[in-house]
Write a protein that binds this ligand. Structure first.
Ligand SMILES: Cc1cc2nc3c(=O)[nH]c(=O)nc-3n(C[C@H](O)[C@H](O)[C@H](O)COP(=O)(O)O)c2cc1C
Length: 177
């Protein structure tokens, strides 16, 4: 049974939502919890772009940072809100890693998601809302949205003297910065 609060599904301590993708982010594997939370059948997920569960309040820049990091061969942790097939939302704390072959080439990506620290969610929501606003403002002014939100993200991180990895890890561990 999934815990529902209003429009949100709440992950439990034991929840573990995992998926694998190819190099372009098309889903090649989804585990039981992924299927449960996303509301899709396995057949509806395999071969689909991972943006099938993209939530409109997620700023583009977070996904750019995610892709830049994993394509660079590094792991990333991030808070992500997803929207499921029935329009329920769920926050996760994700760890996304590249998978390598023997030669050291990246052959796909793997994401493991756990319950996010609930205290961190309001902080993350505040930061994401500002990034999204910067993207929307830039868009309506005919400017590049991700340049605007990228600058804002850099400034936000500089102000607290953290990189994005430390920012997310600290929030998950402590619930605050
Ligand atoms: C392994 C892996 C897992 C991903 N998981 C999610 C996810 O749970 N939710 C999501 O919105 N995007 C996820 N993404 C990012 C998507 O590929 C995509 O960049 C994002 O949804 C933004 O889509 P858009 O560029 O079409 O707006 C994941 C990517 C990878 C490589």
């Amino acid at each position: 049974m999934l815990e529902i609060q209003g429009n949100e599904l709440i992950l439990q301590e034991g929840s573990l939502i995992t998926s694998k993708t190819d190099l372009r982010g098309y889903i090649t594997y989804a585990n039981f919890d992924f299927i449960q939370f996303s509301g899709y059948d396995e057949e509806e997920l395999i071969g689909k772009n991972h943006n099938i569960i993209r939530h409109p309040i997620m700023p583009k820049i977070i996904f750019k940072v995610l892709w830049d990091t994993i394509q660079g061969g590094k792991e990333i942790n991030a808070f992500v809100i997803n929207r499921n097939k029935e329009n329920y939302d769920y926050w996760v704390y994700a760890n996304v890693t590249p998978s390598f072959n023997k030669d050291g080439s990246i052959i796909g990506y793997y994401s493991v998601r756990r319950k996010p620290n609930p205290k961190a969610i309001p902080v993350v929501k505040g930061v994401y809302a500002k990034l999204l606003q910067a993207e929307n403002d830039a868009h309506s002014q005919g400017k590049n949205p991700m340049v605007a939100s990228g600058e804002l993200l850099n400034k936000t991180l500089q102000d607290i003297n953290m990189n994005h990895q430390l920012f997310f890890i600290t929030l998950q561990k402590n619930g605050s910065l």
